[in-house]
Design a protein around this ligand. Structure first.
Ligand code: SF4
Length: 350
């Protein structure tokens, strides 16, 4: 969606409109922005374009960020909703959110050359679904119905899986054997809300099993933990991220829940409304796991224009996870002698 740049006021003008006592400051969350799974998926598309040349088809948005998608489109990526939009035999990349076996099969049926950029942490949840379905469990998948990741995980074992959108769905759950039930989850949920849902489920099914390891991923948890620390001190929290980015939307909710007086999500700095600054002394800033750092820097520049030039980074965790590129790309790069990325990716936030 095109956005119209807003006029920026001078700090003096802002002073007149937004009287605040004390200094204006920014608390910048760390970690923020790119996670290892997003980084890997974006590099996979870039490398595929370099290695094979355009067009490279991508099923769904490779990651949920408008800027990233538009940038890759300019380089020759073509985003489609379904495999039947891709010419027979063409190259297709599956997005970081993962796909169901039915989608993999439909790509095979069209002789598509596929590259799987599913985040390894999503693949882990798929494997859990397959394993517990094989052991004949009822699987309660906590997540947002209609989200691509949830569709992919559900598709691994539809006959064993029920989607639980949140606490409101708990009473609707029906299982075959209350002693053989496990919950799994979407990777990008609010940690607190998911655990609230689990607690309600456990009241109904006391022997409900937990996943073998956390399904909500490290990047989601870390970004929420950072904003929890900042929110109580913030008059306003700005979250950079797209509307269809689950983890970005959750960051706004978490900020408000933990005491921010107001919180807004924006794709770009020019969506920030100057009225948001009225009476604001402290602005918290963070970004979702699919957001490149340059978009955050543009927000910081705009904030500096408004008089919020004093930036303090609030670091709650260090991240150094890097995932290997998809195996199909690794093989091609190796054959081309391309070791520019090693076989990994950029560091998160790069
Ligand atoms: S948010 Fe988590 S699960 Fe999703 S791509 Fe990033 S690391 Fe993977």
């Amino acid at each position: 969606m095109p956005t119209v740049p807003r006029r920026r006021r001078s700090p003096q003008e802002v002073s007149a409109a937004a009287p605040v006592s004390g200094a204006r400051r920014v608390l910048l969350a760390a970690p923020r922005g790119y996670c290892a799974g997003v980084d890997r998926a974006v590099i996979a598309v870039e490398k595929a374009l370099e290695a094979y040349g355009p067009p490279i088809y991508v099923r769904k948005q490779i990651v949920h960020n408008l800027h990233v998608v538009h940038t890759l489109e300019e380089k020759g990526a073509i985003f489609v909703d379904e495999t039947d939009e891709v010419p027979e035999g063409a190259r297709l990349i599956f997005s970081a959110h993962g796909v169901s076996p039915a989608v993999v099969q439909s790509a095979k049926d069209r002789n598509l050359q596929t590259i799987d950029a599913t985040c390894p942490l999503v693949t882990k949840v798929h494997k859990e679904a397959v394993r517990f379905a094989r052991d004949d469990f009822d699987i309660l998948l906590i997540g947002h119905e209609g989200h691509e990741e949830v569709e992919g995980t559900y598709g691994e074992a539809p006959e064993h899986t029920q989607i639980v959108n949140g606490p409101e769905d708990v009473d609707k759950v029906v299982v075959r054997d209350p002693d053989k039930v496990i919950w799994l989850s979407q990777t990008t949920l609010s940690v607190d809300e998911a655990m609230h849902t689990v607690n309600l489920l456990r009241k109904r099914f006391p022997t409900l099993q937990d996943p073998p390891s956390d399904d909500i991923c490290y990047a989601t948890s870390n970004r929420q933990a950072a904003i929890k620390k900042i929110a109580p001190e913030a008059d306003l929290v700005l979250v950079v991220g797209s509307a269809n980015s689950s983890n970005s939307v959750r960051l706004v909710e978490v900020a408000l829940e933990y005491g921010a007086k107001a919180s807004y999500r924006v794709d770009f700095a020019n969506e920030i409304d100057e009225s948001w600054f009225e009476g604001v002394a402290t602005v918290g800033v963070t970004s979702g796991a699919s957001v490149p750092e340059n978009l955050v820097q543009e927000v910081l520049h705009l904030l500096a224009d408004y008089g919020y030039g004093d930036v303090e980074e609030v670091v709650t965790a260090q991240e150094d996870i890097i995932f290997s590129l998809p195996k199909e790309i690794r093989a091609t790069l190796k054959a081309m002698g391309d070791t520019s990325r090693g076989l990994g990716g950029r560091r998160a936030g790069a």
